[in-house]
Design a protein. Structure first.
Length: 158
């Protein structure tokens, strides 16, 4: 067994118990390799320091941290309530409405009456229909971007 594998086994053994055979192989390697034995000693010493002496109990800090967390939760809850005012569409609502508008505009080409009118008027009828679809989609996109400018600039880092 090499040194890297042995130290990996030792680090894993602190989290979950390992099979007896694996622990015996690691112990044999530690017995034969002085570098791994020193590393294991340092690991055990630092683990003991961190578990016992590193963080002294401090109830004052705990209380102040918990108060800050509670204040932050209350503030975020107020912000979420303020963002979605009654009668106002959320970003998801805007996107769903946009898809509905897009599908309804595109589906006009599949109507039976559209084919009759297009045959009677000729291909020149498609130009105003295309311009109308373009104007509606561009206007909707401009309204969406204008009303969500702050959110979009934060999301894309602008």
């Amino acid at each position: 067994m090499n040194c890297d594998k042995t130290m990996e086994i030792i680090y894993e053994s602190s989290e979950a118990p390992l099979p007896l055979y694996t622990r015996l192989r690691a112990a044999l390697h530690l017995f034969l390799c002085s570098a791994c034995t020193r590393e294991y000693g340092r690991y055990e010493m630092s683990r003991n320091i961190l578990s016992n002496d590193f963080f002294p109990p401090s109830p004052e800090i705990e209380d102040s941290i918990m108060a800050l967390i509670a204040a932050e939760e209350a503030l975020s809850q107020q912000n979420s309530e303020m963002q979605s005012a009654p009668g106002e569409l959320s970003t998801r609502g805007w996107v769903i409405a946009g898809f509905i508008v897009l599908v309804s505009l595109v589906s006009t080409f599949f109507g039976f009456e559209f084919n009759k009118i297009a045959l009677a008027a000729g291909m020149s009828y498609l130009l105003p229909v295309g311009i109308t679809i373009g104007i509606v989609l561009t206007s909707y996109g401009a309204l969406f971007i204008g009303s969500h400018l702050k959110e979009l600039s934060e999301r894309f880092g602008l």
